[in-house]
Design a protein. Structure first.
Length: 141
């Protein structure tokens, strides 16, 4: 079936311009996921500065895994890994990455709700520990 326009305008007009905006939000979310990953790495430092594990570091780790799953399952990530390729057989690594992201993409909405929930619970936990409501129980160190 032919394109209804005489000239293809791509994603430059409403409503398809939303796809481009979505891609830019994906880039911002990627930066935030990197910062959260850095925070988790710091959370695994014990009170004396050596490696340690506390309930808070485990909660933060679960949150970061959920955020990364949500980010990697996004169709914008799918576009980045396999978009603009005319022949996948000439790019086997990108094809493999696109295939893996496509598997995650089926669960994107579930990852959205999981990451949103873990984010809220992690923030609540950190707020309660920071306010002195209770101490972060240490498992190791």
């Amino acid at each position: 079936m032919r394109e209804p326009h005489a000239k293809y305008s791509g994603e430059t007009k409403v409503p398809l311009i939303g796809q481009n905006l979505h891609r830019y939000f994906f880039y911002a979310a990627f930066v935030i996921a990197i910062l959260l990953t850095w925070d988790v790495a710091q959370a695994f430092r014990g009170p004396d500065g050596d490696f340690g594990i506390g309930l808070g570091s485990i909660i933060m780790l679960i949150n970061v895994v959920a955020v990364w799953a949500y980010s990697f399952s996004c169709h914008s990530c799918r576009h980045i890994t396999g978009g603009r390729l005319k022949n996948f057989s000439k790019h086997p690594v990108r094809y493999w990455a696109w295939t893996q992201v496509s598997k995650l993409n089926r669960h994107h909405m579930a990852f959205a709700w999981i990451s949103l929930t873990t984010l809220a619970l992690t923030d609540l936990y950190i707020m309660l520990v920071a306010s002195g409501a209770f101490n972060d129980p240490r498992i190791f160190n």
